[in-house]
Write a protein that binds this ligand. Sequence first.
Ligand code: ADP
Ligand code: MG
Ligand code: MG
Length: 250
Amino acid sequence: MATLEIRDLHVAVEDKEILRGVNLTVRAGETHAIMGPNGSGKSTLAYAIAGHPKYDVTGGEVLLDGENVLDMTVDERARAGVFLAMQYPVEVPGVSVSNFLRTAVTAVRGEAPKLRDFSKEMRGAMAELQIDPAFAQRNLNEGFSGGEKKRHEILQLEMLKPKVAVLDETDSGLDIDALKVVSEGVNRFREGGETGVLLITHYTRILRYVKPDFVHVFASGRVVEEGGPELAELLESEGYEKFTKAGASA
Ligand code: ADP
Ligand code: MG
Ligand code: MG
């Protein structure tokens, strides 16, 4: 069973320390929510795990089943089973969803699937997720609605079957269609019990649909409070103020 272990992680952006000692363990079958105010470093954590070059790891470790993810290239991280939903948010003219997925599958599996096998697999996954087959021929992210971006995200999860999925649901405000797609997709995906999910969010709304097993409150670049789903409810009624004060003085 896969385990992602983040130990005393320190990350700087342009010489400014953003993450100040993050500790977090995500096991297969568990869903963890990371919640925190804007600017607390939630996306920085996701980018650092992904290996974005702008984020300097100045201390600590990220281990996947004991292997140091931080020593791996971005491709090696994907192959090891780490999935970042925000990894490819850009529009790529001339690259279809289908082309993109085949490239991603090739990177993760270390060899290109036969086109016929891949097409069959993709059609199957799309049918299960009730995605219109025409979606495969769309240009990547071009004119995608919020819901379509999320469909694509969940389709990637389904095809890549990562050990750990980090979903940064940002603050961009998911519309109700997108919220439904991502929550149904995540719930369906985690039923298998083989994947750990790290769901990053500013708002509690998505947590009504995806019930986390653990909630971690982030403030000023570290985890300042931990609990179960009841912690999300407390945040919904009381906001982050109490925790931002705790974070600032820590
Ligand atoms: P959150 O996702 O919790 O809103 P972020 O991780 O995006 O927080 O940002 C945390 C802090 O790091 C902010 O002060 C932000 O300005 C800074 N930061 C994050 N990414 C960058 C970047 N690429 N360049 C400069 N500063 C950044
Ligand atoms: Mg932000
Ligand atoms: Mg963010």
